[in-house]
Ligand binder design. Structure first.
Ligand code: KIV
Ligand code: ZN
Length: 516
């Protein structure tokens, strides 16, 4: 009898972070991991410890500090990787090593340059070595969905024999369709010897937009672990979105008979916001479950139906994912206690100094806008209080533009005690401001992406700018919030530069420490 619980394996911190621009600092990862624990995910894949000192440290700190979920580290089927994962996970109360090797003909021939027999041997040795660190060992045949099924059955049978307790079936390149994925799971359940000793897991990428559909087809065919990420973050088109998987299972008990997850659904929205704020990946308004419009009804017929009977047009309630039905607003007169209460109820843990700084910023915003919404508060905290070190500060910005004039900008940028002034012109006011910032900082990372949106409604809405910059091969996101969109754009660029400088110096520091 297979279990009726679908284990949620969250890989936001590992596969999600492989998303271009989604690099997170170690402290940001720990903050997300704590929220994942509140959400009650069963397993957190905290990182790929051998890949960099920062990944090792993030996994180690998660293992040490995050209670509740099993903490997992990724490792190729190589001794060095497995030993690094074992070491990073030492402090965890519950730990798992996830080891993988590719099994598709194209990966074995061109990437690994190994014969199938050698791959089976490496997989078995990897699982046996991982077993010396923990009983909980997961094995993934990478690119499983383009592998030959008889070979997959051979490898998986061998790793179960060696002690693997979870068999993960990755659709690494997001190639298959739901019916096919379901059939692969079914054939493996039928073909792998002693399959009852292991849990079958799905791991689907979204290149064809099928990641969630494929994962659910896997569940229908007996998979009892789903690997997913918050907001579907992940390489290329991303991974299966955790919130969509969980809510599909939750909303359709008739289809997923007797199947449930352990997720505390009322923490979904908070987790989604936190990941979006930290990574700078804006959630599209029409994103299922967590998009701004997911529960918004506008057409007259729909609103009329909802008022008469909610279920006419609503298959789940916003409250289920942690969205409060009524939008409570704060204003200048709400006071420090009111502000502090709201921060706590939104899930923020702020120190006295952080609360004071956030409150002062809140008062400034409240002076400009009569009503301050939760989204504004989240923006204040994430924009002003977040832990990245602000090497550069935007002290002053002046922009002149208009029809028939050349847009020009002057900025004052602080770096420690140093103040740099610069002026520049550009194609538009934002371009001019960016040129001036480049001039003042002496840094000129390429801009890969820029977007602006209104966070809240009304003519004094806060604008949020998001910028993705590239330095060498790495990309960084920056966010800026202001009631003035040019200022928000300039702040976003400075934020991205700070993130770049801070993450690169932290990585250098960790590398130096690791060498010592
Ligand atoms: O997509 C993939 O194949 C992976 C493996 C490491 C499981 O992320
Ligand atoms: Zn993956």
């Amino acid at each position: 009898m297979i279990s009726d619980t679908v284990v949620i394996f969250d890989t936001t911190l590992r596969d999600g972070e492989q998303s271009p621009g989604a690099a997170m600092s170690i402290s940001e990862k720990i903050e997300i991991a704590h929220q994942l624990a509140k959400l009650k995910v069963d397993i957190i894949e905290a990182g790929f410890p051998v890949s960099s000192p920062a990944q090792f440290e993030a996994t180690r700190l998660c293992a040490e500090q995050v209670e509740g979920p099993v903490i997992c580290g990724l490792a190729r089927a190589q001794a060095g990787d497995i030993e690094a994962a074992g070491k990073a996970l030492q402090a965890a109360k519950k730990r798992r090593i996830h080891t993988f090797i590719a099994t598709s003909p194209i990966h074995m021939e061109y990437k690994l340059r190994k014969k199938p027999d050698e791959v089976v041997k490496m997989a078995v040795e990897a699982v046996k070595l991982a077993k010396t660190f923990t009983d909980d060992v997961e094995f993934s045949p990478e690119d499983a969905c383009r592998s030959e099924i008889p070979f997959l059955i051979e490898v998986l049978t061998a790793v179960v024999e060696a002690g693997a307790t979870t068999l993960n079936i990755p659709d690494t390149v997001g190639y298959v369709l739901p019916y096919e994925y379901g059939q692969i799971i079914k054939r493996l359940r039928e073909g792998v010897k002693n399959i009852d000793k292991a849990v079958i897991s799905t791991h689907c990428h979204n290149d064809l937009g099928m990641a969630v559909g494929n994962s659910l087809a896997g569940v229908r065919n007996g998979a009892r672990q789903v690997e997913c990420t918050v907001n579907g973050l992940g390489e290329r088109a991303g991974n299966a979105a955790m919130e969509e998987i969980v809510m599909a299972i939750h909303t359709r008990p008739d289809f997923f008979e007797n199947v449930k997850t352990n997720i505390k659904t009322t923490e979904i929205y908070r987790a989604s916001q936190l990941v979006s704020q930290i990574t700078g990946f804006v959630i599209q308004p029409n994103k299922a479950i967590v998009g701004a419009n997911a529960f918004a009804h506008e057409s007259g017929i729909h609103v009329d139906g909802i008022l008469k009977q909610r279920q006419t047009y609503e298959i789940m309630t916003p409250e289920t994912i942690g969205l409060s039905g009524s939008r409570m607003v704060l204003g200048r007169h709400s006071g420090r206690a009111g502000f502090s209460d709201r921060c706590v109820s939104m899930g923020y843990k702020l120190s006295k100094e952080e609360l004071q700084a956030a409150y002062e910023k809140f008062l400034q915003i409240a002076d400009k806008k009569k009503e301050v919404f939760d989204e504004d508060i989240a923006a204040i905290i994430n924009d002003e209080i977040r832990a990245i070190e602000h090497v550069y500060g935007l002290e002053y910005l002046h922009v002149a533009c208009g029809t028939g004039t050349l847009p020009t900008a002057s900025v004052k940028i602080r770096k420690g005690e140093d103040i740099k002034l610069a002026a520049a012109f550009g194609d538009g006011p934002v371009d001019a401001a960016y040129e001036a910032i480049r001039e003042a900082t002496g840094l000129s990372p390429a801009i890969e992406n820029y977007s602006i949106r209104a966070i809240t409604g009304g003519k004094e809405a806060m604008g949020e700018a998001t910028v993705r910059i590239k330095n060498g091969t790495r990309t960084y996101m920056g966010r800026g919030v202001s009631t003035d969109i040019i200022e928000a754009s300039a702040k976003a660029y400075v934020d991205a530069i700070n993130r770049m400088v801070s993450l690169e110096s932290k990585d250098r520091l960790s590398e130096a420490k690791a060498e010592v």
